[in-house]
Structure formats: structure tokens, C-alpha cells
Design a protein around this ligand. Structure first.
Ligand SMILES: Cc1cc2nc3c(=O)[nH]c(=O)nc-3n(C[C@H](O)[C@H](O)[C@H](O)COP(=O)(O)OP(=O)(O)OC[C@H]3O[C@@H](n4cnc5c(N)ncnc54)[C@H](O)[C@@H]3O)c2cc1C
Length: 309
């Protein structure tokens, strides 16, 4: 049984930043990732607010640079391993995965978040057959098609602008009379000739045969329902933290986000959380990498001072 000093769960920006800082502190970190490194960034078309890149860059490009920097410091990655559960016994953490158990003296949970479902009829049935949660992955499949984007926040509007490059027409369905997205994004969307915003509207149902063909929209001001023809639906209705693997171990808020202090310490000694999975006031790349750095340094302090007592 090999007991590592530090295992980081998740290779998004928080996990990779923790990896870089931990490797520079000679902790020989292992990052376990259920897919490929990158997290939500790898699914993002374009990032223009991450400092030091004045012209912005694609999410894929930023992922590649972070991975390269990890490799330069010999951070070890194990991809396509899903951590199902974390337990602690006699000061040692056991990570139960789909490929056996891993053991570590300290763990950083950097598992981020995944898109929330709207929970309407047809959504699950047509997932991958017209219903998507990732514009970067699926946008090109909707060339010259008519699509719907659900949501009114930054992600919804930003991805709608990106999707408008491919599609023939795009409707944003938003349940209120104002978008929540940043002003700059709102202005870009409103000016875009391909984008039409359906205000005060809820998506009620997705219909079709093999693929999405129609949707039912409800106007919550006029109380009228109507059916429109559509080829695809992109959902941006929030995110849920990927925290279930430590549900019996740490305190969480009512949305399931892990509660930490300013050193990224959770309620279990030796277990740290970083990035979108924790109760952070801002979920962005810049905050995730900052959390990851703090978590790594806190893990080092724990190994150095607390664990030995
Ligand atoms: C459409 C979209 C647009 C965005 N645009 C911007 C932007 O312009 N600027 C910006 O700063 N931010 C943007 N963000 C937000 C940004 O991507 C996130 O804040 C950031 O990726 C969070 O990093 P993270 O490392 O905490 O989590 P994530 O990026 O979610 O990474 C978590 C990683 O953990 C892995 N994982 C999860 N559970 C397990 C498990 N049980 N076992 C093993 N691995 C696991 C996941 O596969 C994933 O790779 C955007 C997000 C989206 C979705």
C-alpha cells in the first residue's frame, strides 16, 4: 500500500494550480482526473478575462498551457479515473476509485462543478440528440440550424454569442425581463442580428422523434404557451458542485458546496478544497487557480507541522 503525501482530485484550473505549487514544494503530487485535464475551461470557447493574456485565448489553449506547466514540474497525472468516495482512517485518506484504492496523507478536492439540468420533459431523452450543455463541443454540429439557448447569466450569453457564428438563428429563452450577464456581454448579444431574446419565458418541454424538433415555451407574463420549431437546445441554467465524493466527511452549504476557511481547510483536518467546488463568491479561472495555490501551501504546512504532532 503506497501512501502518498498529497493527492489532488480534479485537473481543472484549481487542481493544476495546486499541482504546480505542490510540486515546487517537493510534495510529488498526484492528480487524479475522471476525464482529461482542463475541467470546464476545456469546454469554454474563449477566455478574455484571465490576466496576462491581453488578446484572450481559447479554453483549449489555456488548458494546454496549464498542463505543460504541470509537466515541467513533474506533476503526475492519472486520467480517466473517477474518485467515488473519500474516507479517513488513522490520519490516512483512502480514495475509492473505479480503478482501486489510493492512499494519501493529505487531499485537495478540486472537482469543480458540472452543468445543472433544467429537469423538463424531453431533456434527458434528447441529451446528445439535440440537447447540449457544451457549445464548444457541439456548436459546429448546428451549422445553419435554428437553436435555443436557455439561461440569462454570463455563461448563457457568452456561449450564445459563440454559437451565433455557426447557426442560422438563435433564441435566448430567459425567465425574467433582464439578463443577469455582464453589461458588455448583454450589449454584444442584443446587437447580434442572429440573436433574438424571448423575455419572461420558460422552456417547458422538448419534443421530437429521433432528434429535437420542437419546444414548448411559456410566457410567464401573458400566461401563453406556444410551440416553436427548433433543431437544438443549449442549457446554461447553473452548475452543481461535484462534492458528493466527500459528502460524509466535510461540512457543506445548502447548495452542496464545500465550506472552507481562507486557507482552503475543510471541516476535516488534512482535507482541503479549491475552486468551484467550494463556497466561493466568484467561480472563475482566476479564483480557481488562486484557491489551488493556497490549498497546496496549506497542505504543505499541514504535512510539515500538524501531521507530525
Ligand atoms: C461555458 C463556460 C464559460 C466560462 N467562461 C469563463 C470565462 O470566460 N472566464 C473565467 O475565468 N471563467 C469562465 N468559466 C468558469 C471556469 O471555467 C471555472 O470557474 C473553472 O474552470 C473552475 O475550475 P475548477 O478547477 O474549480 O473546476 P473545473 O474546471 O470544473 O474542474 C474540475 C475537474 O475535476 C474533475 N472531477 C470532477 N469530479 C471528479 C471525480 N469524482 N474524480 C476525478 N475527477 C473529478 C472534472 O472532470 C474536472 O476536470 C466558464 C465556465 C463555463 C462552463
Amino acid at each position: 500500500m503506497k501512501i502518498r503525501d498529497l493527492i489532488i482530485i480534479g485537473a481543472g484550473p484549481a487542481g493544476m494550480s495546486a499541482g504546480i505549487y505542490a510540486a515546487r514544494s517537493a510534495l510529488s503530487p498526484l492528480i487524479i482526473e475522471s476525464q482529461m485535464p482542463g475541467g470546464q475551461v476545456a469546454l469554454t470557447d474563449f477566455i478574455e478575462n484571465y490576466p496576462a493574456f491581453p488578446n484572450g485565448m481559447s479554453g483549449q489553449e489555456l488548458t494546454k498551457l496549464m498542463e505543460e506547466q504541470c509537466n515541467n514540474f513533474n506533476v503526475e497525472f492519472m486520467n480517466f479515473i473517477q474518485v467515488d468516495f473519500v474516507e479517513k482512517e488513522n490520519k490516512i485518506f483512502k480514495l475509492k476509485t473505479n480503478q482501486g484504492d489510493f492512499f494519501a496523507k493529505t487531499v485537495i478536492v478540486a472537482t469543480g462543478a458540472s452543468p445543472a439540468e433544467l429537469g423538463i420533459p424531453g431533456e434527458r431523452e434528447f441529451k446528445g440528440r439535440g440537447v447540449s450543455y457544451c457549445a464548444t463541443c457541439d456548436g459546429p454540429l448546428f451549422k445553419d440550424k435554428d437553436i435555443l439557448v436557455v439561461g440569462g447569466g454570463d455563461s448563457a450569453v457568452q456561449e450564445a454569442i459563440y454559437l451565433s457564428k455557426f447557426v442560422s438563428s438563435l433564441k435566448i429563452v430567459h425567465r425574467r425581463d433582464k439578463l443577469r450577464a455582464r453589461k458588455m456581454l448583454q450589449e454584444k448579444a442584443i446587437k447580434n442580428p442572429k440573436i433574438d431574446i424571448l423575455w419572461n419565458s420558460n422552456l417547458l418541454e422538448i419534443k421530437g422523434k429521433d432528434l429535437v424538433e420542437r419546444v414548448v415555451i411559456f410566457n410567464n407574463k401573458t400566461n401563453q404557451k406556444r410551440e416553436i420549431r427548433i433543431d437544438g437546445v443549449f442549457m446554461y441554467v447553473g452548475f452543481k458542485p461535484s462534492s458528493s465524493l466527500v459528502r460524509n466527511l466535510v461540512e457543506m452549504d445548502k447548495l452542496g458546496r464545500i465550506i472552507t476557511d481562507h486557507k482552503m481547510r475543510t471541516s476535516t483536518t488534512g482535507l482541503f478544497a479549491a475552486g468551484d467546488v467550494r463556497n466561493t463568491p466568484l467561480r472563475q479561472v482566476v479564483t480557481a487557480v488562486s484557491d489551488g495555490a493556497i490549498a497546496a501551501i496549506s497542505a504543505e504546512e499541514y504535512l510539515e507541522y500538524e501531521l507530525k504532532q
